[in-house]
Design a protein around this ligand. Sequence first.
Ligand SMILES: CC(=O)[C@@H](O)[C@H](O)COP(=O)(O)O
Ligand SMILES: NCC(=O)COP(=O)(O)O
Length: 247
Amino acid sequence: MNAAGQPGPLRLGVNIDHVATIRNARGGDHPDLTRAVRIVSDAGADGITAHLREDRRHVRDADLDRIREATDLPLNLEMAATEEMLEIALRHRPAAACLVPEKREERTTEGGLDAAGQQERLAGTVARLQDAGIRVSLFIEAEERQIAAAMKLGAPVVELHTGRYAHATGPARTRELQRICDMAALAAKNGIEPHAGHGLTYDNVQPIAAIPQLRELNIGHFLVGEALFKGLDEAVRQMRSIMDEAR
Ligand SMILES: CC(=O)[C@@H](O)[C@H](O)COP(=O)(O)O
Ligand SMILES: NCC(=O)COP(=O)(O)O
């Protein structure tokens, strides 16, 4: 919140992974990721997010340079906390690196990173990224013990996993929303910048975008799907406008 008690600006990071998923379905270079990045930039995104999965099912190593060349927007690299990914991040120096849990056989990122249970393992990765000037974020469940772990690790940012909220209905959704509100407030109170993302759509983004402490939402799969019907430019602009109206 700013000095007047109003929520500050909310950045939109567009995750372009699933443009690459469609490209990879045929093995060529269409749809071109850099074209998508330029459209997203022109449509009002504040950043580009890409998850370089260990199995390279969507974005690939060579895409990272191509994304950087296509836009001045900051790149938020989502990555597992492995030595291989750390070396890639240190070579490419994205503006931000978001440490995510990864299971090879999962359909999508199923839950948050267990920062509380893996503090020792994560400490070195967080420190090496930060030493390289890369802003570290931890993609965690909205739980007090995970925020406490982020504080101990010295992470400047947490991204709260909104998957459970996105899939819940009725009172369960209200509970999930409250959890995210409370943990965004707790993070901010302790000097950690809270972000959120996963499974957000036009129908469910408004209450999340209205959480005053949140500074960034990362949204991908829905926007790429919606782009089939209205184009990527319009899909991003509409999301931007719902987010702006919520502040
Ligand atoms: C961590 C995360 O939420 C994103 O990476 C997003 O889900 C897109 O990647 P997947 O669809 O491969 O999970
Ligand atoms: N970290 C969440 C993200 O980048 C986008 O998730 P989704 O919108 O593809 O589910």
